[in-house]
Design a protein around this ligand. Structure first.
Ligand code: NDP
Ligand code: GDR
Length: 370
């Protein structure tokens, strides 16, 4: 039985990866942060009572900013594979917390690599580093592949650039099996609520159900190569099963604007949305509503631009070339964008139907925009 240690186990990818590894017969250790509220919703279904025998899913308190704690957890768990998924992963928030982001996302990776060295595990332990298409930043060439130059555009991306190169350096300097997965945006019903896709599918569901009036967004012109997180965690695992350690781009090769993602989400509930106006005055109006379950007024303005969501420096266009992954890893995504939007919308409609029952029962439901 192989043992894996997953940092960021409570996040979107951590949850899907833990499921995948357990299904493959791994013993899975996860690192979770202490928080004042429960933060394990995404993995609660995997919980195993530690008093039972043969427990193969266990969580440990830890933080990537704390070296001694990382060394101790790695020493205790002696993992065959480490998946370093923990990060302050919100690009816009990284402009507000640049130093913390550098510490957790940049130095956090160094701490893991050094722990492996200190503990004499360089031969045993393979390491996956969650690198990102944000490294490409300001467009140098498209589609972006393993050989495209980087030009990071946020404190998050700069911190991840350090993590990328320190992973390469430890591989070359110490012969470690350490790899970067350069993953393009991947989404799911478990996506954090403040990333744009989930913010859109949540708001669309709530608008259709009459629980919310408007969705406020930032840059509608940004283009992203969106895949499904379930497909992408499979790629992470494949990256650590090769004969030699290498870096891989994981992407669908299709790019779409935020505006079109909004339209696709509304179309899922039978609402035809039309955008009119320019720049910050651009708005989305309901043109038609074909689904009798949803009573949305025709002509209603449901999407507005709020410049507060603009970023000081933006990444305008991402489109990935995953040829190397397809050839060497045999990786192929199962979900296209339409299937992704459908999956997210179905989950959010189900989720917010609960709120309609509560509203009918007299509870006050917040009309929030975050
Ligand atoms: P999430 O934001 O959903 O999850 C991040 C995880 O990291 C959470 O478990 C979070 O804990 C944990 N974490 C944050 N800071 C620390 C810290 N200082 N110490 C320990 N744990 C910490 O991200 P995703 O699952 O979407 O992404 C996983 C990784 O992949 C991240 O590194 C991200 O930067 C990277 N990535 C993501 C892509 C995407 O499109 N999703 C694309 C490319 C790269 P808590 O739950 O307590 O907040
Ligand atoms: P991104 O994802 O920055 O690509 O990073 P996000 O969903 O936050 O933004 C995508 C694009 O949408 C635009 N946008 C908005 N974004 C947010 N969050 N909220 C809005 O209201 C909004 N309106 C428009 C953004 O400007 C941007 O262009 C994600 C994270 O998961 C990173 O951790 C990961 O490394 C990259 O994907 C690949």
């Amino acid at each position: 039985m192989k043992t894996a240690l997953v940092t960021g186990i409570t996040g979107q990818d951590g949850a899907y990866l833990a499921e995948l590894l357990l299904s493959k017969g791994y013993k899975v250790h996860g690192v979770k942060r202490r928080s004042s509220l429960f933060n394990t919703d995404r993995v609660d279904h995997l919980y195993q009572d530690p008093h039972e025998k043969n427990v193969n899913f266990k969580m440990h308190y830890g933080d990537l900013t704390d070296s001694t704690n990382i060394i101790r957890i790695i020493q205790e768990t002696q993992p065959d594979e480490i998946y370093n998924l923990a990060a302050m992963s919100h690009v816009k928030v990284s402009f507000d917390t640049p130093e913390y982001t550098a510490n957790a996302d940049g130095l956090g990776t160094l701490r893991i690599l050094e722990a492996i060295r200190i503990l004499g595990l360089t031969e045993k332990t393979r390491i996956y580093q969650a690198s990102t298409s944000e490294l490409y930043g300001l467009v140098q060439a498209v589609p972006q592949s393993e050989t495209t130059p980087f030009y990071p555009r946020s404190p998050y991306a700069v911190a991840k650039l350090y993590a990328y190169w320190i992973t390469v350096n430890y591989r070359e300097a110490y012969g470690m099996y350490a790899c970067n997965g350069i993953l393009f945006n991947h989404e799911s019903p478990l996506r954090g609520e403040t990333f744009v896709t989930r913010k859109i599918t949540r708001a669309t569901s709530r608008i259709a159900l009459g629980l919310q009036d408007k969705l406020y967004l930032g840059n509608l012109d940004a283009k992203r190569d969106w895949g499904h997180a379930k497909d992408y965690v499979d790629a992470m695992w494949r990256i650590l099963q090769q004969d030699t350690p290498e870096d891989f781009v994981i992407a669908t090769g299709v790019t779409t604007t935020v505006r079109d993602f909004v339209k696709m989400s509304f179309a899922e509930v039978g609402i035809d949305l039309e955008f009119r106006g320019e720049g910050v005055e651009e708005k989305g109006y309901v043109q038609a509503c074909a689904n009798p379950d949803y009573q949305v007024e025709i002509g209603k303005e449901v999407v507005c631009v709020d410049p507060n969501y603009f970023r000081p420096t933006e990444v305008e266009l991402l489109i990935g070339d995953a040829t190397k992954s397809k050839t060497k890893l045999g990786w192929e995504p199962k979900y296209d964008l339409a299937a992704l939007v459908k999956d997210m919308m179905q989950a959010d409609i189900e989720l917010f139907k609960r709120d309609t029952y509560l509203a009918e029962g007299g509870h006050r439901i917040l009309n929030y925009h975050e």
